[in-house]
Design a protein around this ligand. Structure first.
Ligand SMILES: Cc1cc2nc3c(=O)[nH]c(=O)nc-3n(C[C@H](O)[C@H](O)[C@H](O)COP(=O)(O)OP(=O)(O)OC[C@H]3O[C@@H](n4cnc5c(N)ncnc54)[C@H](O)[C@@H]3O)c2cc1C
Length: 453
């Protein structure tokens, strides 16, 4: 970049905007953040809206590179695997990986966002304007309109650059799309989600194993729960929005209670407020965003969910956004204009964000249905065995995505497709245990189909 250090303006002070502000300041740019909500540092999280998230290697790697990992490390709760609850209330653990460091972490979205903003706003030259909503961009004039919601005043700010990290419903993306500057699509999943809580017991202890992500897979729907620091769990019910068994049909305390007690009896016993919460909490939207390109000239670029929101079933949305921030920053080393940085960033990231979008959709079926099938469990055990026998060529797809930031998403996906074919072939027919697998054939096929990593 040139020696002139223009002000970098960022709309949206969520996880992506806050991390990006830190990176831009470190390059010597003054940074102005415009955020439509109130300052989260002084507020509790909204209840009913994705309270905790899974943080994995890609997100952690980015936080370490930026030097903020230690600021959030104390709030992370390790989860070793999926703890599956069947309809009889029996449980079984499916480990995520086979090394002690192969865990993912539950973290409060609100605390993480607060911590990142605290770090950003301690840096000289970073300012945040809360309750300031981006409303429109005038590309001919190179300006954007921001409404100060406290005084209901309209401010005009210059772009060049204005980085849009305003999330999945990005007003900037919609504006660019409506002017045909980009081509963007929002795909709405037929399923929605609702948050419920499993409180700590009277002594403040966890009511279930805190070192796992709990899943109640029920075919076309599922309940999951992630631990919180205070001994509680946040549970999320994923269910079709319409149809026979759906959020639309579940109205009235009796129907809600019957549904929860019938399908999740063990969880229901731990959720004393489930009916009130069910009636009070909104049904959350689940969808994906696809756009191309992510920028207009050197004026503005979409980064994070605004460019490529994905469904949450791989627990990678925010991890992917953090990886975006680091790679955007790296592009600034190599290029001398905003336009070329934006172009390079898009070219580098788009194949990878498309890949994680596809893998996240695949994972919904895996979580809500396949995890309960013996064949899937055999293939998972075989996947670990192949990784032990051929560590340079075979890494389970889930592990590539969650524990190997050095493997780009697109590569994880393409190798994952080859590996899935291999697993299906090696466990076809009546194979029911690892003893039924032909490992000599496995070696020949792995050598032929998977290049060394
Ligand atoms: C149910 C659910 C579960 C999830 N679980 C995981 C998980 O386990 N792991 C994971 O990695 N990811 C997960 N995600 C995804 C993750 O939440 C997102 O990828 C991440 O929050 C995106 O960060 P962002 O900063 O790009 O967008 P956001 O978090 O949406 O932040 C955007 C910010 O912009 C502000 N804003 C919006 N419009 C304007 C405007 N016009 N003007 C000014 N400000 C504006 C918003 O108030 C907000 O603060 C999950 C998502 C959902 C819905």
């Amino acid at each position: 970049m040139s020696n002139r250090r223009p002000v970098v303006r960022i709309i949206g002070a969520g996880p992506t905007g806050a991390l990006l502000a830190i990176l831009m300041q470190r390059r010597g740019h003054p940074v102005e953040l415009y955020e439509s909500r109130a300052d989260p540092r002084g507020h509790r999280a909204d209840s009913g809206r994705s309270i905790n998230l899974a943080l994995a290697d890609r997100g952690i790697h980015a936080l370490r590179l930026v030097g903020v990992f230690d600021d959030v490390a104390h709030a992370l709760l390790p989860m070793r695997g999926r703890l599956i609850h069947d309809s009889q209330g029996r449980t079984s653990l499916q480990p995520y990986g086979q090394r002690s460091n192969e865990v993912i972490y539950s973290v409060s979205r609100h605390r993480l966002n607060q911590a990142l903003l605290e770090v950003a706003l301690r840096l000289p030259g970073v300012t945040a304007h809360f309750e300031h909503r981006f409303e429109a961009a005038e590309f001919d004039a190179g300006t954007a309109l921001i409404r100060d919601l406290r005084g209901d005043r309209l401010l005009t700010i210059p772009m060049e650059p204005l980085l849009a990290t305003d999330g999945a419903g990005s007003a900037m993306r919609r504006r660019m799309n409506s002017l045909n500057l980009i081509e963007a699509h929002e795909t709405d999943l037929e399923h929605g989600y609702k948050e419920l809580s499993i409180p700590a017991d009277s002594a403040g202890r966890f009511g279930m194993d805190p070192e796992a992500l709990h899943i109640w897979p029920r075919g076309n729907f599922m309940l999951i729960a992630l631990p919180n620091e205070d001994g509680s769990f946040t549970a999320t019910l994923f269910l079709p929005k319409r149809g026979e068994l759906s959020f639309e049909k579940l109205t009235g305390a009796a129907a809600i209670d019957r549904f929860l007690s019938e399908h999740f009896p063990d969880a229901r016993r731990l959720m004393p407020d489930a009916i009130t919460e069910f009636e009070r909490h909104p049904v959350g939207f689940l969808g994906s965003v696809s756009a191309k390109p992510w920028h207009h000239r050197g004026m503005t670029a979409l980064i994070g969910d605004s460019a490529h929101a994905i469904v949450p079933f791989h627990g990678q949305g925010m991890n992917c956004c953090f990886e975006d921030c680091v790679q955007f920053d790296a592009c600034m080393d190599r290029y001398s204009s905003w336009e070329s940085v934006f172009q390079e960033f898009f070219a580098l990231r788009k194949p990878n964000t498309d890949a994680i979008a596809a893998m996240s959709l695949d994972n919904y079926l895996e979580m809500r249905e396949l995890v309960a099938h013996p064949k899937f469990q055999l293939q998972q055990a075989l996947s670990f065995e192949l990784e032990r026998r051929h560590p340079r060529r075979y890494i389970p797809r889930y592990s590539m995505v969650m524990f190997h930031h050095e493997i780009p998403y697109a590569m994880a996906r393409s190798r994952g497709i080859i590996q899935a074919g291999l697993l299906a072939e090696l466990t076809s027919g009546t194979a029911s245990s690892l003893a039924d697998v032909d490992f000599e054939r496995a070696q020949i096929e792995i050598d032929a189909r998977l290049s060394p990593l």
